[in-house]
Structures are given as structure tokens and as C-alpha cells.
Design a protein around this ligand. Sequence first.
Ligand code: ZN
Length: 357
Amino acid sequence: MRGINKIALPCHVSLLRQVELHVHLDGAIRVQTILDVAKRRRIPLPADTVEEMTQRIIVDKPGSLTEFLGKFAEYMHVIAGDGEAIRRVAYEFVEDKAKEGVVYVEVRYSPHFLANTQVDPIPWDQEEGDLSPDKVVQLVNQGLREGERAFRTKARSILCCMRHMPNWSMDVVELCKKYRHDGVVAIDLAGDESLNCEAYCGHKNAYQEAVRCGIHRTVHAGEAVEVLKAERVGHGYRTLEDPALYRQLLQQNMHFEMCPVSSKFTGACCPDFTKHPMITFRKDKANYSLNTDDPLIFNSTLHDDYRTALRFMGFTEEEFQRLNICSAQSCFLPDAEKRELLDSLYEAYGMIQSTAF
Ligand SMILES: [Zn+2]
């Protein structure tokens, strides 16, 4: 994102209070933290400076989703299975979001990908240890809570099922149920979209159980919204290719979690931002948010996504405010807390509460 970085964000946008709903904790780790933890755990890495390690991890030209997902293998073995590291990553994440002006964030991750016991298979070639997916959720909750207290940015989490691991999904929904009053607000389905999720009844069963228990649901795939009874959709650009589905989702006021910078580097959209699907979503006054997805891997911040919308898609301050109000309305907080968040945005934007959105 170096090219875009040079352009200063106008003050009214850089000071905007924001809500972020789609960002992966394991795609938002500080490179320095990866280096520190590797050193403490004596895990050899191919680079020992932030600059060199950053070069190995980041994607700086458009590629495929599969290629992008391979980047996690550069560092996940360092963080996974280490309780102290996991708590630190969650805490620092809140600090980074607070610096960007985010007042509320929903951060997602797969507890299984960070565990080293009670997970089959144990990921990232780790030896078996004592960190279960349940313990991972406790540590992330703790880090987010401490971060929230220190930096005054509210943070909740979404637990991810992984497309290629349908046998983890029932576990994921059980963890959502167990921690629903302790920081966890929803379930997600993430991972390689080239795998057809409808074929896997593990995911379907987990989402059915989520519906039954009133656990909120988002999903990385527009086409699965119906099957999985999702309330929000991650990205969802391709729904534009199916006009009937798109119209139906607009009518339902479905929330789309848009990630423009990510969409370029994962090859989800054409790299020419002036032709980005978000322009159509905006024109149709769709319900959507602006998000980073994986800022570590794109070497980006939330400001880069706003800058992209401003510079290449003609977005205005009014639209940024509207989409953040939409984001707050579509967040997974309990009603009273959602009301509080909305009120704080109306106040920050100088809007009267009764303004119709
Ligand atoms: Zn994502």
C-alpha cells in the first residue's frame, strides 16, 4: 500500500470515529511481536528484522486467495500454542485499532488454529502442548478486555469455522455458546473459498445450532447466506454477478463487510479501484462496512481502505458517516450496547439522533 500511503487523509476523515466488523486477529499481528516471541521460544525465522520479516509476510501484488492464505504459514507456528503470545496479540490489536480511531471492533479468528491440543490435526506442525481451543478463547478474551480498559476501544470477537475443517465446526459453535456473555458475539466460516461448503454438513450443522441458540452469524461467501442463515456476509462482491440474489439481499438489508484493499490483493476484485463493486453498493445505498481484513498481510491500516474509497471511488464524508452508522446498526452487540454505540457515533458526527438512515 505504499503508493496510496503517500496521500494524506483529509483531517475530517482521519479523525472519523469508526466501527470495524471484519478483521482477522491472526492477520493483524505486529511483526515485532512475531520476532520477539520467536526469539523467546527459540523458533528460527528466515529473517530477524522487522523490515525483512515484513517483506516475507506481505502480499504486494494481486494474487490468488490460496496464495494469500499460504502467507499465514510464515508466522502462525510462532504464535500458536503460546498463551502469553496470544494474550499479547489480542491486547496489542486493541491498541492498534484505538490509534486508527476505531471505537468498536469485532475481531475474528479460529481458536483451533492457535491451539496445540484437543485439535485434530494439530496445526502448523506443532508438538502437542496444553493449549486447547477453549483456553485460546479465554486468553484472547483476556487480552481484548485488558486492551479495552487501557485504550477505550470496545472489542468483541467472532469465532471462525474453517472451510477445510468441517470437523472443527461443532466445537466452534459450542465455544460461541460458552463465551457468549464473555466477549464472543458470533460465528463465521472462513478459509479457502474454492472449497464448496455446502458439501460439508459439519458447517451446516454448526450454523443450525447457532440459529437454534441465537448465536449471531456471518459468513465469508455470498452464495451461502441462504444455506447457513447468515445475518452478514464477508465481502460479497460477487453477489453483483447474480442480480436476483443481489436485489434480494438489498431488500433484506443484508450487511456486507467490504474490504477494498484486501479485495485487490486476494484477487477477489479487479485491481482497478475505479471499477470496484463497492461503487455500485454505494450507489444503491446498500448496508455495508469498510474493513481491513488482514492488515499485517496487506501491510495496511484501516485508513488505507478509507483512502482508497476516497481517492478512487469518490466517497465523501457523508458516505463514510452513513456506512459507519450502518456498521453500528449491523454489529453483533446486545441491543442496549448497540444503542449506546450508535448514540456515540451520532454525537461524534454532529447528527441528531432521529436522522433517518
Ligand atoms: Zn476475511
